[in-house]
Every structure is written in structure tokens, then in C-alpha cells.
Design a protein around this ligand. Structure first.
Ligand SMILES: [Zn+2]
Length: 296
């Protein structure tokens, strides 16, 4: 007979993959809403805790929603049920959906967001952009930002094209000259521009991240380093499928009776509207997370 799974078991599987002690001190990972003792027959993996993903979890008969971004960033003094995050908490409780966040612990882990993006561009990793802590002796720990060598030197434009292809993007923002040759490349998924200086210190020709602001873009030009802004959502959406696959492997190891799904309702909140030279709309783009396959 196959083993029954609890919320605490799913938490443990995630801790085995990307230990919660890897998380930044300001971060709030782990069980955010729920009861560790509740039984689980389905898990939905997504990027964000939202009304949509909670409802999708309920509709797929998943009692656990594993998300990257935390539901709470600041301590709460009240929970209003007519607005987020209280509304999401109420919806989760109403549908018996328990929410677990794997945020900076997942960013820093070898199975996490940064390494998934590095592997997607076949980066030969040489090191981390952050000051390594005591966690660095753990083979599951890589660091919050990574740098290394591309398989071969290419132009900044060619690397941008490669990223657009891999991430199914219709637009990518490039800061720097498109013909600049790039070989040593740093990346930080999410909002990584605070690590630009470290990318430069490590001799990188280019830095891939999301959420680049205007003055940070100017600073990149001043420092003569190419920056490729692939967007926060796209930089992290890539991790959803491998995370679900890693949880399926954990479930198989424990002979657990559980289905694990990836969300199909999420998309980049930024809609890119492109106009032709007569200012007629010719394209409105979205990026969606591939998925929707249960455990087989
Ligand atoms: Zn993020």
C-alpha cells in the first residue's frame, strides 16, 4: 500500500532539495498558511501565491500550493479579507489549500532558479556572486547569483536572441552595444541589479537579470558591462517544471500516493504592446508558464 503524505512531508521534501536555512535573513519561506498534519493527495507548483493559483490548486484537488514568492513580506497587524494577502489566506483556508514558499532558499540551491537559468544557456559555472556563508560547504548550495563561461564567445545580441528563444520571449531589453562580444557571463534571477558590481569585479562581459531600473541601466553603461533584462517573471518561471519534477522524484522515493502539477494559469503581469510605424497595435505579448501535466 502506498504511503500517505502530509503537508509536513512536502515541507521536508523541499527542505531536502533546497534547505530553508539557505534563505536570506529577511526572507520568509516555508509553510505560510496551513496545517503540517493535514493529508495531501495533490501538490500544485507555481511562481506566485494568488487567488488564481489557490483556485487552480483547489480545482486540481491539490491540498498544497508550492510557490516561489512568499505571501507575506512584512509582519501583519491585521488580516482584511477583502484584499491581499488576507483574501488569499481566506481563499486558501476555504479550499483547504496549504501554502508553502520556497524563495531565496530555492534561488541559492543547486536545483534552484539561478542554476536552472545557467543550465539553459549551458553556462560553465565558475562561482557565486555573493559572499559565501557557512552554507557553502553543502553541495546543495550554489549561491544567489552565478557567473561562468558560455560554451563560446558570441555577441550580446546573439545571447539576447538565445535567451528570447529559450524563454519564449517576444521582447528582451538589452543595455550595451549589441555587437559587444561576451564570453564570461553572470546572472541573477528575479531582481539582481544589486549584484552588478560583483559581476563586474569578477570580470564578466554581461549580466542577465530582471527588473532593471533606468539609473541602474546607466550605471551598467558607465561600467562597460552588458546587461540583459529578461524580466522578473521569465527569469524565474523556468524553475517551476524542474521543481515539480524534483518533488515527483521525492514522492517516488517515498512511494507516496500523490499527484504533482505545474500551474497553467500564471503569466507575466507585464503585457508588452508593440506598435508598427503608424502606431497600430501589431502584437500584444504575454509569457506563460508551460505545464499542466500531473504525475505519471
Ligand atoms: Zn522573484
Amino acid at each position: 500500500m502506498r504511503t500517505h503524505v502530509t503537508v509536513a512531508d512536502v515541507l521536508q521534501w523541499i527542505d531536502d532539495l533546497a534547505p530553508f536555512r539557505f534563505a536570506e535573513s529577511w526572507d520568509h519561506c516555508g509553510l505560510q498558511v496551513g496545517d503540517p498534519q493535514e493529508k495531501v493527495s495533490g501538490v500544485l507548483v507555481a511562481l506566485d501565491p494568488s487567488l488564481s493559483t489557490v483556485q487552480e490548486a483547489a480545482q486540481r484537488q491539490c491540498q498544497v500550493l508550492v510557490v516561489h514568492h512568499p505571501l507575506f513580506f512584512k509582519p501583519l497587524t491585521s488580516i482584511f479579507l477583502d484584499r491581499s494577502p488576507g483574501r488569499i489566506v481566506a481563499e486558501a483556508i476555504r479550499h483547504n489549500v496549504h501554502i508553502i514558499s520556497a524563495h531565496t532558499n530555492l534561488d541559492a540551491a543547486s536545483c534552484g532558479t539561478n542554476n536552472v537559468l545557467a543550465q539553459a544557456i549551458s553556462l560553465h559555472i565558475q562561482g557565486s556572486l555573493e559572499n559565501l556563508s557557512t552554507a557553502d560547504s553543502d553541495p546543495r548550495y550554489l549561491g544567489l547569483g552565478l557567473y561562468g563561461l558560455l560554451p563560446k564567445t558570441c555577441s550580446a545580441l546573439e545571447l539576447t536572441q538565445q535567451l528570447a528563444h529559450i524563454l519564449s520571449l517576444q521582447t528582451v531589453r538589452l543595455i550595451g552595444h549589441p555587437e559587444t562580444l561576451v564570453h564570461k557571463v553572470a546572472l541573477c534571477t528575479g531582481s539582481g541589479m544589486s549584484l552588478l558590481g560583483r559581476a563586474k569585479q569578477n570580470g564578466c562581459d554581461a549580466f542577465i537579470t530582471g527588473d532593471v531600473k533606468y539609473h541602474d541601466a546607466q550605471s551598467a553603461l558607465d561600467h562597460n558591462i552588458v546587461v540583459i533584462d529578461i524580466g522578473h517573471f521569465a527569469s524565474e518561471a523556468l524553475v517551476v517544471s524542474p521543481l515539480a519534477e524534483a518533488l515527483r522524484a521525492a514522492a517516488r522515493r517515498h512511494d507516496a500516493a500523490i499527484d504533482i502539477w505545474t500551474s497553467t494559469v500564471e503569466s507575466d503581469p507585464f503585457l508588452t504592446v508593440i506598435f508598427d510605424d503608424k502606431r497600430r497595435t501589431c502584437l500584444a505579448g504575454t509569457t506563460e508558464v508551460p505545464g499542466g501535466t500531473p504525475d505519471s
